[in-house]
Unconditional design. Structure first.
Length: 417
């Protein structure tokens, strides 16, 4: 079991390059199932979840090659299976994204129903309802979803919740369905837009991605192509908070400022200096930050994936902050760990009230989920003394070489076996 050790107190100073977005790379790689032509995907981050996705595709007969510089080549011309096994889905619930493409390309799919996860039950009922409305017959057998469809037909689909991967799953099924599909209350996340533009460059006819109504005219075949994954807005936000919490001066480059606008506004409100430009954001600390209130929401609202990281900053800000988590029912796992460092946080249902303290004190901590792990790293940077974080495999799912990037900015951080 690896651990990460952080000696607190160092400012973060310098320039950090933002990697490709995990949550854009996964669906774009999976979309290669939709065609028998080769797809080249650039700016793919080297993360555990990307490894799992490539392993999943290889397991059903897709030729997948990866290069050191972040390119993935995928060729599904000889796809020979339609099953995503339990042990793969167990390690990465985003494996359910193969449902739509397998149904569209081969007319059948067998995917393990994902279990719950640390942050919530995370059902996929909306994915299944959407695919059924496109004509799929879906049954549950021994923990597996078994889906079949002679030919998918376009339909009008309304999502009660703007589900990100649900929108992606249905969109990938609809691009090869007969006729028109309209998705209402679609997710508007940049990762959905990235997927839609990749599908359109493969010959799909998708309009409205990025708004809550997406229209798709089915086509008979898709071609291959070369695509690029957008930068990771959550990695960007994590380093932005790192600069503010250590009173440092950090430039995030190769990022897209408007994708993390809600955090920029909150950090400015808290008193940090945030400047943005074409492909870069610069954050400078400005003494102790002020407390701000935040309510997470689907894009373009404040991202739930940044909630834990901002809470860490609030634990040592001046005043009282109220943070409300509206997306997942159990996304305060980091609170207990932060309390052990001296944070003053009260949780009432899906709301946390944080009274800022002047200092956190280092402690042995345990990571519970991907973004909570990032919040503990940030706490360790700001705390007095040496923080030791265990179960860092959570971190490796979503952050490419985070301790190398932090050390390059001056942090005293190392990983031990
Ligand atoms: C995506 O998860 C991201 N993962 C998550 O990032 C992110 O936190 C989440 O969107 C919200 O932004 C990927 O893109 C791979 P949802 P997803 O479906 O698609 C409920 C990270 O840290 N819901 O938008 O699974 C669900 O329970 C990860 O990188 C249903 O009830 O999230 C949740 O409460 C964590 N039924 C809400 O909707 C469904 O069929 C939003 O979930 C689907 C979702």
């Amino acid at each position: 079991m690896e651990k990460i050790i952080i000696e607190g107190g160092a400012r973060l100073d310098g320039i950090v390059r933002i990697s490709g977005a995990k949550n854009a790379a996964l669906p774009v790689i999976v979309a290669s199932i939709l065609t028998d032509k080769e797809n080249k995907i650039n700016n793919v981050p080297s993360l555990k979840d990307v490894d799992t996705t490539c392993q999943l595709l290889k397991g059903i007969g897709v030729r997948v090659e990866r290069s050191e510089d972040g390119q993935v080549i995928a060729d599904a011309s000889h796809i020979n299976d339609t099953e995503a096994s339990y042990d793969l889905v167990r390690t990465m619930r985003a494996s359910v994204l193969v449902l739509g493409p397998l149904l569209a390309r081969l007319g059948k799919a067998k995917v393990s129903l994902p279990g719950g996860c640390a942050i919530g039950a995370r059902p996929i009922n909306l994915h299944l309802k959407g695919l059924e409305m496109l004509g799929a017959k879906i049954t549950l057998e021994h923990g597996y979803i078994v889906a079949e469809a002679k030919k998918l037909k376009g339909n009008r689909i309304y999502f009660d919740i703007a589900t990100v991967t649900g929108t992606e799953n249905v969109m990938m099924a609809a691009v090869l369905a007969e006729g028109k599909t309209i998705i209402e209350n679609a997710a508007r996340e940049p990762e959905v837009v990235n997927l839609a533009s990749v599908l359109n460059s493969m010959g799909a006819l998708i309009r409205g991605a990025g708004t809550d109504i997406i229209e798709i005219d089915g086509v008979t075949k898709l071609k291959g192509g070369e695509h690029t994954v957008i930068p990771d807005r959550i990695e960007t936000g994590t380093f932005m908070v790192g600069a503010a919490i250590t009173g440092g001066d950090v430039e995030m480059k190769d990022c897209i400022p408007e994708h993390i606008e809600p955090l920029t506004m909150k950090l400015r409100e808290a008193g940090a200096y945030v400047d943005t430009g074409e492909g870069w954001i610069r954050v400078r600390g400005n003494g102790r930050t002020e407390s701000v209130d935040v309510k997470t929401a689907p894009y373009p609202g404040f991202p739930t994936d940044m909630q834990a990281q901002l809470m860490t900053l609030m634990t040592i800000s001046e005043g009282t902050s109220v943070i409300t988590e509206t997306i997942f029912e159990n996304r305060f796992m980091h609170v207990a760990e932060l309390r052990r460092m001296g944070a003053d946080i009260k949780v009432e249902g899906n709301t946390a009230v944080i009274n800022g303290v002047t200092k956190l004190s280092a402690a042995p901590l345990m990571a519970t989920d991907l973004r909570a792990s990032a919040s503990l790293i940030l706490a360790g940077l700001a705390a007095e003394g040496e923080t030791v974080i265990s179960r860092v495999y959570h971190l490796d799912r979503g952050y490419e070489a985070i301790e190398k990037k932090l050390s390059a900015l001056g942090a005293k951080v190392r990983r031990i076996k």
